[in-house]
Design a protein around this ligand. Sequence first.
Ligand code: CA
Length: 376
Amino acid sequence: MRLNRRLFSLGLGAVVLSGCASGGTGRARPAGGASGLPADLRPQRNAGYDAWVQDFRPRAQAQGISQRTLDQAFRGAGFLPGVVKRDRNQTEFKRTLEDYLAIAASDKRIAMGREMFARHRRTLSAIEARYGVDPSIMTAIWGLESFYGTRMGDIPVISATSTLAFEGRRGRFFEAQLMDALRIIQAGDIPAAQMRGSWAGAMGHTQFIPTTFTGYAVDFDGDGRRDIWNADPADALAGTANYLAQRGWQRGGAWAQEDPGGAFEPQAGGPRFTLGPNFRVIKRYNNSDSYAIGVGHLADRIRGAGPLRGQFPPDEFGLTKQDRVALQQGLTRRGFDAGEADGIIGTQTRTAIEGFQRRNGLPVTGTPSRDLLRRL
Ligand code: CA
């Protein structure tokens, strides 16, 4: 389970976080919007894939999946070249903790988190009463995983997981995901045609992969279905709390405290922390220090806390976050759109720098510098 979660988590943070770094609007995609998917995420003819599915069906039946479930699940399903492409292009993109937190606890994610925390207070309290998990932590995980349900993914899960099971690079892992996706359909939790998620099969408000779903999802609202896709996030949030509770969550325990004398310094020269007992439990959800700090800090902000007090050191270009924000504002003011002035030097900022350099007869490097900041 832990291994599966980790394999999965390599992709997840990158997907969700890069989505918001590029200035995503956080608006919900149309439900069941297969027609809105790019061409490479619509099923295409592939003889090898078709043969693989024929081979797979008896294996699924041996595991208790009925012919009827298989027929329903694979009706309209098919090979998705775009999923293979995304799996192969997956790089573990290393961000500094400072940049990660600027995205994970952006003003927008904090504001929407506070709104959701208030709107779902009764549900969150009821879930806390049963599982002991801090409601602000549940809300923060929800915010990081799907921007509070607005980015749950609309790729058909049977097509995605069967494509990746066939394609082979992590075939065994994805065959296990496919098998559990079929179990979920057979249990009646979601009709096959509505089972959608990320390209890697992560589903619903808190992006459960199928094996996590079968292990931990719950029917919290008692309507007979474990529905993590529903507009009402009760089942999804309760499943997340159940997962954390079973991984050792301590009721009332801290994730960490910012502490200038703390032993845990995730970025050299940056803020330090004293860890609480629940830090390692959050890492069971996604095995990354940055993720766990992102969840914990966002949860604190949702509860009304201010930004971290500790400063981060200047970056590799000798610029502090304040300098980088000023650089982005200067570029935009001069007609080279650097996007949102968030202090993160991404593609748009680099393109704006190149434009400015070209216009002013400077060597075109696309790299920020103190000299560039002075010129602006
Ligand atoms: Ca339910």
